[in-house]
Design a protein around this ligand. Structure first.
Ligand code: SF4
Ligand code: SF4
Length: 317
């Protein structure tokens, strides 16, 4: 493809991403992420992936986009802001992470990405593309950093200098060459605020997290109920954890999202500790059935809700 065509197609894709409401956009050239492969292997060997065994499989595939899409040349990365200050009540109310408030982001982003791949297909009929949202075969944060969307903070999450870190990533792998963005600069410097704020000491010193200690993992992925001895350290978190992100100075002026599908439902916002303690299977389905945490089974969720809420009620009595 000549330079003019590349420039034209890149411009059309970029404009379409803006039209679709993406807050961030960038493109990186495909490459093998050898350094990331070593870090993942060591992380898994140390058992830090907890029960997420799938993360230790197919590492060669995960670091080589050419093994995911034959002839992959470009990685398109999008960011969708979900930051809000409209949250649940405090005190004795168990806390849900912001990302789980609204509609399941996988669906929202996938719909938008499919519009972009359709445009690519129209512009170049021979193009092959694949879309990914939060899925194991693609190292989203590494690509997002290379595509200039932000840098991987010490808490391992991507941070953007303008909108902070509360945003979802979406990826398109395509086999056409495009114009590329420059990687983002790392602006953590000597800051350690996320590391200091983490109540369970889950943040390692190489921009990875020990999942076995991370509240996000323990409340949403772990197959066993929360250990009674750790309830105090959860700071009321019951589904995910925003503590390290809330501590980050780059989120002090985080832009509030303008995607109504991610707004907190009024029912979730106004729930009392009594509502949480008495949550039925039907309530759970109604409140979280379309959210990104719908996969978390009621049986284990309610056990954890009762432990965390009871501790909060006792503390606030
Ligand atoms: S999500 Fe919570 S538990 Fe996990 S690293 Fe961040 S602060 Fe620590
Ligand atoms: S809190 Fe500090 S160290 Fe952590 S991600 Fe933000 S800037 Fe980086």
């Amino acid at each position: 493809m000549d330079t003019e065509s590349k420039k034209y197609i890149t411009g059309v894709i970029r404009d379409k991403a803006g039209e679709l409401g993406f807050d961030l956009f960038g493109i990186a050239p495909a490459a093998i992420l050898s350094e990331n492969g070593e870090i993942i292997s060591q992380w898994c060997a140390a058992g830090m992936n907890g029960g997420m065994e799938y993360l230790s499989r197919n590492i060669a595939k995960r670091i080589d986009p050419g093994l995911v899409l034959d002839g992959a040349k470009s990685i398109i990365v999008t960011g969708l802001n979900y930051y809000t200050e409209r949250k649940q009540g405090g005190g004795d109310i168990p806390v849900v992470s912001r990302y789980a408030y609204g509609r399941n982001y996988h669906d929202v982003i996938m719909e938008k990405l499919n519009h972009i791949t359709a445009i690519i297909g129209k512009l170049d009929e021979s193009a092959n593309s694949r879309t990914f949202v939060d899925s194991a075969p693609v190292l989203e944060k590494a690509w997002a950093s290379r595509a200039g969307l932000g840098w991987q903070g010490k808490h391992s999450i991507l941070v953007n200098r303008n909108i902070g870190s509360f945003f979802f990533l979406g990826i398109i792998l395509t086999d056409i060459a495009l114009e590329y963005d420059l990687p983002a600069e790392d602006l953590c410097g000597s800051c350690t605020m996320c590391v200091d704020a983490c109540p369970t000491g889950a943040i390692n010193n190489n921009r990875t997290i020990d999942a076995r200690k991370c509240i996000s993992y323990l409340t949403l992925e772990d197959k066993t109920p929360l250990d009674d001895g750790m309830i105090e350290s959860l700071q009321g978190r019951i589904a995910g954890c925003d503590i390290c992100q809330e501590a980050c100075p780059w989120n002090r002026h985080a832009a509030v999202h303008n995607h109504p599908e991610f707004d907190i439902p009024e029912e979730l916002r106004s729930m009392t500790s009594g509502d949480w303690l008495n949550m039925t299977r039907e309530d759970h389905q109604r409140i979280f059935g379309n959210s990104a945490i719908s996969y978390r089974k009621y049986e284990i969720f309610i056990q954890n809700v009762k432990k965390v809420t009871t501790a909060l009620v006792n503390k606030n009595a």
